[in-house]
Write a protein that binds this ligand. Structure first.
Ligand code: RP5
Length: 185
């Protein structure tokens, strides 16, 4: 009996990204890289794009309006300065948008943070800390994990590792004392 389409996963289905990581400029990439790496470490497929609210607004609109239709579940958007990308993308899709304020040269990212954080009622952006790319990736994974027990287990393991590292540091600190511990850091 020939396999049905349900039995044979299509190449497209396997490649469909669940999370988009957007940035206003390629100069933001180092801030967003931890998000990409942590998601890929959890085997979450990621689509990475440079889309500027100011320099390529029409491409940004087109991407955001198609995002849900293209199978994306969560969008991470990082930008710096007059950081309109996360809010504008959030205005164009009902997918959850996580904003990452990029540390700007002039104002150390406080401008980016306020631009992303101060959204009007009705159009939320979940804003992480300035340069908080890693937490943006983790938050996106946690959102996906609501409906994905395997991913949920990977996040639990990730947190267990964090826990174990701190316990190990604490016991080493108690054993060595603060001065010796500090000198070995
Ligand atoms: C923003 O302007 C970008 O998100 C970036 O953080 C900032 C500076 O961009 P570049 O001049 O480095 O391209 O749109």
């Amino acid at each position: 009996m020939p396999p049905t389409s349900r039995q044979v996963p299509s190449a497209k289905a396997e490649l469909t990204a669940q999370v988009a990581v957007l940035m206003g400029s390629d100069s933001d990439l180092s801030t967003l890289l931890p998000a990409i790496e942590v998601l890929e470490g959890f085997q979450v497929a990621v689509e990475v794009r440079v889309l500027s609210a100011h320099r390529t607004p029409l491409e940004m609109v087109s991407f955001a309006r198609q995002a849900k239709f293209n199978g994306l579940k969560v969008i991470i958007a990082g930008a710096g300065g007059a950081a309109h990308l996360p809010g504008m993308v959030a205005s164009l899709t009902s997918l959850p948008v996580i904003g990452v304020p990029v540390k700007s040269k002039a104002l150390s990212g406080v401008d980016s943070m306020h631009s992303i954080l101060q959204m009007p009622n009705g159009i939320p952006v979940a804003t992480v800390a300035i340069a908080g790319g890693l937490n943006a990736g983790l938050l996106a994974a946690q959102i996906l994990a609501i409906a994905d027990p395997t991913l949920s287990e990977k996040i639990t393991n990730y947190r267990q590792k964090l826990h174990d590292e701190v316990v190990e540091k604490d016991s080493r600190l108690m054993k060595l004392g603060a001065n010796l511990y500090f000198n070995q850091m």
